[in-house]
Design a protein around this ligand. Structure first.
Ligand code: SAH
Length: 217
């Protein structure tokens, strides 16, 4: 199986369906090898537009969801980004590709074994210089590296965690699935000084954010 050809085909289909429109996001998703971020036994499925199991009951998001989120975040080179829910590291790598070379992505993952695998995946794919994986409860943010230009939460929360709002830079954007455990709305929060503007980008389904400002431990 030629993964590069499969990846190009999938990206073309995401463009045709309207999920991908921005040249920098298209380029980044064309470049990041998703097959290196899924367990070896299911690599053949890496370029099907679907979430896949990465162990510990968690999933790597479907490529169209990564496309929607990365487009909505409006990333630019040099930005400092926080991801909550690092999972496989794939989404962080796509963001890293866009903020390169002067930006950085800090990605928090609460399950240690997944964090270790994500670190390995990122190294193998060549993103360990631009993405730092941190083990911990990302619902509290990552105070020591705040403020962040962008915050991307890849797990569903009952509401927008207050620490994440506070760790957002002025003119910053935060994306988070908010709602019940089985179905959520993708919410974009934009900070203008101390005002927070919220826009609903539509329905989505994510695994729960487990932590102090999520669904509890
Ligand atoms: N972005 C990932 C997919 C994330 S799946 C990728 O590209 O593969 C959601 C992840 O959020 C899971 O790995 C889960 O363990 C993690 N998670 C859930 N609650 C968390 C919390 N409070 N802090 C950090 N990670 C959390």
């Amino acid at each position: 199986m030629d993964f590069d050809i499969e990846r190009k085909r999938m990206i073309r289909s995401l463009v045709e369906k309207g999920y991908l429109t921005k040249p920098d996001v298209i380029k980044a998703m064309e470049k990041v090898p998703r097959h290196l971020f899924v367990p070896e036994g299911i690599r053949r499925s890496a370029y099907i537009d679907t979430p896949l199991s990465i162990g510990e009951g968690q999933t790597i998001s479907a490529p169209h969801m990564v496309a929607i989120m990365v487009e909505a975040l409006d990333l630019r080179p040099g930005m400092k980004v926080l991801e909550v829910g690092g999972g496989s590291g794939y989404h962080a790598a796509v963001m890293g590709e866009i903020v390169r070379p002067d930006g950085h992505v800090y990605s928090v993952e609460r399950i240690e074994s997944l964090a270790e695998r994500a670190k390995k995946n990122l190294k193998e794919a060549g993103y360990d210089d631009i993405v730092t994986i941190v083990v911990g409860d990302g619902s509290k943010g990552l105070g020591e590296f705040a403020p962040f230009d962008r915050i991307c939460v890849a797990a569903a929360a009952p509401g927008v965690p207050e620490p994440l709002k506070q760790q957002l830079a002025d003119d910053g954007k935060l994306l988070i699935p908010v709602g019940g455990r089985w179905y959520q709305d993708l919410i974009l929060v934009e900070r203008k000084q101390n005002k927070f503007l919220q826009t609903n980008l539509g329905g989505c389904v994510f695994v729960p954010l487990i932590g102090e400002y999520g669904y509890g431990n």
